[in-house]
Structures are given as C-alpha cells and as structure tokens.
Design a protein around this ligand. Structure first.
Ligand SMILES: *[C@@H]1O[C@H](CO)[C@@H](O)[C@H](O)[C@H]1NC(C)=O
Ligand SMILES: *[C@@H]1O[C@H](CO)[C@@H](O)[C@H](O)[C@H]1NC(C)=O
Length: 317
C-alpha cells in the first residue's frame, strides 16, 4: 500500500524505490518484519473477526460519505502498482461519522487466484470472501496528505468492503474492471471516467465492525482506524475472474511475467485489541453443538452436586 500511497502524491506512476516485498517466496509475508519492523507489531491487520465476540457499541454512528456520488469532473487515475490495482481518489470525497474529518486518498483490491473464491483479507468467523476492496482516507484535521498521515496512530481510516459472488454483475464495479486490460503490467496507469464511488459501497453503512489496526502491506504502519462493513457487496463470477486474471505483478519488459494473484495477507493476532460492532449482538442460535455442551454441563453439575452431598453426608457420620 505504500507504493499505492506514493502514487497519490503525484509522483511518477513508475514503481517507487523501497525494499522489495511479495506475498510468497523469499520476500514473502513472513519476512516483512525484517525490512519493515512494524509488520511484526501487536496491532496488525487484517484480522479474523469473531462476530459473537465483537463488543456492541451503540454510540458508533453510520458512516456518511460526502461527495462520493458526484466526484468533481475529470477522470480518475487507475494504476497497476505491481501489488494491486489502485484508483486514486480526490480529497473532495469526505467521510463523516468518524472521530475526525477524513478525506479519500485511494481505493484498491485484494483477491485470490482463478478457480478459487477466497481472496479477501478480513475474515468473518473464519470465512474468507472472494475479494475485498479498501477505500483509504486520511485525517485532514491533522495531516496534509495520506503519506504523512500513515505514520501517525489514527491518521488513516480505511473502509473494508467484502466482495461475495452473486448471480448478476455489479454495474458500478465495471467502471473499474472494464479498464484492467489497459494496465496489465506493473507500473502502467490509465485515466478512466469518473463515476459514483458510493455505488461501490454496501447499502447499509450503519452496520460495521471497528478496530485499530495497520496497513496490510509493508510498511504495515499501525495507523489505521478500520471499518469493515458487515454486509458484503455482490459481484458476478465473471467480474471476479476479471480481477483475478487481468493483471501481472511484473513490468512489461520483464522476461518472466508473474500473474498478480493471491495478494492478501494472512490474519494477524488480535492481542490486546477489542473489536467493536455498530449494531447489537445477534441472538446466538441454539446449535446442536451448544445443546450437547449444555447437556454435558448439566450432567457434570449433577455429578458434582451428588459428590458434594455424599462428602457432606460422610462428614456428618
Ligand atoms: C505530504 O505532506 C508533507 C508535509 O506537509 C510533505 O512534506 C510531503 O511532501 C507531502 N507528500 C506528498 C507525497 O505530497
Ligand atoms: C483506537 O485507538 C484510539 C486511540 O488510542 C482509542 O481512543 C480508541 O478507543 C480505539 N478504538 C478501538 C475501536 O479500539
């Protein structure tokens, strides 16, 4: 994501310098902390959200995007940075419903590989959705851009949208996916017509999980206030396959092209952190497993009671 963030600063779309990293192999994720110490920190992302353990917090307001529906005229810049596809967003897109005023910087995706429908970064109760979109924002009250904000706790706010499969193509996503052919290789950039970014988000912006975490790519800065929406957005299988199949992680000139696939990080330990939910806990269903557990519990209590009674009776004798 650092590269993605650097792209925003108006730097040339060529790949910025910096230690090389990948998801697998000798520079793969287990080696990230060697060059990027924060990647070994105690507040890393993504996480596997245990939905029943999320603490309901009724004070969490709905997320309110402002200016998302009608971005100012002119196009957006879409780039393949070798790690993901990045859509640069103008700071006129704002987010309300967070502790500070945040402005948009960019959005990008994480996905799996063709034939697999697991590529999201955040898991819900161990389930990995086919893909995930992250919309990155920075605190405009305290920082002048995302590159600066990413070095400060709470400097970034990222919206996580899980992408599941549905029967119909999602028209808003075509605004991005139909242009991937123009940025097949790492370092390539294209300009696309602007469209309503709001249409990429789920319907219910009031239902989400909230926690403090990090960028999910080096340098893994622990500066992100995460909002992971409870509702997924549905795209078609053909759309997912476009995302999985259109891009290379390598530049055009490189002799051995590598497909840009499986660009998701494994879930990180929660450690001392708490995950909040903006909505009340759903009543837990009484599954078979639970009924068995309750029955065992009851039987065990009876046994203990019987033993205690016997012991007491012995003592009295
Ligand atoms: C971001 O803001 C900082 C501080 O104002 C500035 O030094 C830096 O050049 C800016 N970076 C970009 C990429 O615009
Ligand atoms: C995130 O961190 C900030 C600052 O330390 C804290 O005020 C806030 O309660 C934390 N939020 C969550 C969801 O843990």
């Amino acid at each position: 994501m650092l590269r993605a963030l650097l792209l925003l600063g108006g730097l040339a779309p060529a790949l910025p310098a910096g230690p090389h990293w990948a998801y697998k192999g000798p520079h793969g994720q287990q080696h990230w902390p060697e060059d990027h110490p924060a990647c070994g920190g105690q507040a890393q992302s993504p996480i596997d959200i245990q939905t029943q353990r999320a603490q309901p917090d009724p004070s969490l307001p709905p997320i309110r995007p402002v200016g998302y529906q009608h971005p100012e005229a002119g196009g957006f810049s879409l780039a393949n940075n070798g790690h993901t596809v990045v859509l640069a967003l103008p700071p006129s897109l704002r987010l309300q419903g967070l502790p500070h005023a945040f402005a948009a910087a960019q959005l990008h995706f994480h996905w799996g590989q063709p034939g697999h429908t697991a590529g999201a970064e955040h898991l819900l109760d161990g389930h990995r959705a086919p893909a995930e979109m992250h919309v990155v924002h920075y605190d405009t009250e305290h920082y002048s851009n995302a590159s600066e904000a990413q070095h400060h706790a709470g400097g970034l706010a990222v919206l996580g949208v899980l992408l599941e499969l549905g029967s119909d193509p999602h028209p808003a996503y075509d605004n991005i996916l139909s242009h991937l052919g123009s940025i097949s290789y790492a370092g390539q950039t294209t300009s696309i017509p602007s469209f309503s970014i709001q249409d990429l988000l789920p319907q219910r912006l009031d239902l989400y999980y909230r926690y403090n975490g990090s960028l999910t790519t080096p340098p893994c800065s622990q500066s992100v206030l995460w909002t992971v929406f409870q509702q997924p957005v549905r795209i078609s299988l053909a759309q997912l396959e476009q995302l999985q199949g259109a891009l290379y992680a390598t530049a055009e000139a490189e002799p051995e092209p590598q497909h840009l696939v499986d660009n998701f990080r494994v879930p990180q330990e929660l450690h001392q952190r708490q995950v909040l939910a903006s909505f009340p806990r759903e009543p837990e269903g009484y599954s078979t497993g639970k009924i068995v557990a309750i029955a065992f519990g009851a039987a065990a209590s009876c046994l203990l009671l019987a033993l205690a009674v016997r012991l007491a009776a012995k003592r009295m004798r």
